[in-house]
Design a protein around this ligand. Structure first.
Ligand code: OGA
Ligand code: NI
Length: 297
């Protein structure tokens, strides 16, 4: 049993769309290959991010998350315990890459020099890919192709880049990189370096997500689970650490702006058989309650 891989270069678009929909219903996580984002750009994205994390700590602190900030943007090193009491150890960098009005370059590394150019280019390409996939997922619900993106906030939808930096760890029973979770946002697009570590939970098993050089891992998050009224799964996943290698991953979270209210899509709620399974939430309240592990419905 493996996380599905969908080849987007297949000229039969119906077939591709159906594979994406099926994977989102059954897994909530899949990998897309030949997706149209140039492999060279993905290679450079990984290169500039890796170079940033290899800078001395003092350089990285230049884009540190301010102590008093209520927002996620910036660099920080983190040490936490998961539910089983294991230590989680990871350094992060967060910065928005879209829309331009929500980009704060003060949180984008100044070094390496081409960091900004590469990330801007990636944002444009990723937005196209993301919108294509959201269109297929909308049609998979029997709706207009704009339905999901509009429900997420249309033009105000944000793309949040995160870089996870997991140092090598000799004892994997004691330390886990990212504890089990579902992503809180609409949909996530993740690339990683060659150190394995991402696992998806399916039918009571943790399944390793295979590495491909320029494939992109797509993870359906809580917002799309709820907006689809439960039809799309939000995949439970986690990241383990490698014994010898540093693992780095670059998820981009596609999400509502904080003040946007989202709910099961209205067009889906027709007749008694289709009562809404989830209540509406302003995204910031939803995020807060999830973070604090408060009941959500
Ligand atoms: C995350 C996440 C997994 C990984 O940051 O939400 O799931 O592979 N990361 O680093
Ligand atoms: Ni995640």
């Amino acid at each position: 049993m493996d996380v599905p891989i969908v080849d987007l270069s297949n000229p039969n678009e119906d077939l591709v769309a159906r594979a994406v929909v099926k994977a989102s219903e059954e897994w909530g996580i899949f990998q897309v290959v030949n997706h149209g984002i140039p492999p060279e750009l993905i290679r450079r994205l990984k290169e500039v991010g890796t170079k940033f994390f290899e800078l001395p700590e003092t350089e990285k602190e230049a884009v540190a998350k301010p102590e008093d900030s209520v927002d996620v943007e910036g660099y920080r090193t983190k040490y936490q315990k998961d539910l089983e009491g294991r230590n989680a150890w990871v350094d992060h960098l967060f910065h928005r890459i879209w829309p331009p009005s929500r980009v704060s370059y003060r949180f984008w590394p100044k070094l390496p020099m081409d960091y900004r150019e590469v990330n801007e280019d990636y944002a444009k390409h990723l937005k196209k890919l993301s919108e294509k996939i959201m269109e297929w997922l909308s049609e998979g619900l029997g709706l207009r192709r704009e339905a999901l993106i509009e429900g997420l906030g249309g033009e105000t939808v944000e793309y949040l880049m995160k870089i996870n930096y997991y140092p090598p760890c000799p004892d994997q029973d004691l330390v886990i990189g990212a504890p089990d979770h579902t992503d809180v946002n609409g949909i996530t697009f993740l690339v990683a370096n060659e150190a394995l570590g991402l696992q998806a939970f399916k039918d009571n098993h943790w399944i390793d997500v295979k590495y491909t050089t320029s494939g992109i891992i797509v993870i359906v998050g809580d917002q799309f689970h709820r907006m689809s009224n439960g039809k799309y799964m939000s995949a439970k996943h986690r990241a383990t650490m490698d014994k010898e290698k540093t693992r780095i991953s670059w998820p981009v979270f596609v999400e509502s702006s904080l003040d946007h209210e989202f709910a099961p899509l209205r067009e889906l709620i027709t007749g008694e058989d289709n009562a809404p399974k989830f209540k509406p939430y302003v995204y910031k309240d939803f995020k807060f309650r999830k973070l604090k592990k408060l009941p959500l419905d």
